[in-house]
Design a protein around this ligand. Sequence first.
Ligand code: CA2
Length: 157
Amino acid sequence: MPGPSSQTFQMKTILVLNGPNLNLLGTREPAQYGHDTLPDVERLCAEAGAKLGVAIECRQTNHEGALVDWLHEAGREVAAGRMLGVVLNAGAYTHTSVALHDAIKGASVPVIELHISNVHAREAFRHHSFISPAARGIIVGLGVKGYALAIEALTQL
Ligand code: CA2
């Protein structure tokens, strides 16, 4: 048992948040999002984290307020030195949510905004993001491999 003065190594965590409808990945629209399911994506993230020596925690919700709460929680974890930041695919809330913009700013949490598809090559309503001005970086259109790239980016900031 380590004594009170000894230091123990604590692996840092990256939180991967997926928003509305991403639980449907792999079931429809493969031309847009590929064939991988959400569990496949979460496995890919865990593997990327293992290679980089960071713990990965994945969560998905269809509810905007849950994403706000989780960003606040992440901000506290980052401030405590236990978390590096968040990979956020906010789904359609990307294009609508001032609340998510404010949550990222308010929590002072490093966020990599991620989109599986190239939103800029799609409908005009997907071209604007409320997340982007608050994000540390953005990964768009590289398929689900973008999640691994976003995790690596957070380890190097
Ligand atoms: O490209 C992305 O990752 C998006 O964030 C995905 C969102 C979309 O609203 C954004 O504009 C871009 C949609 C996720 C819904 O995914 C589905 C997957 C399979 C079937 C239906 C929806």
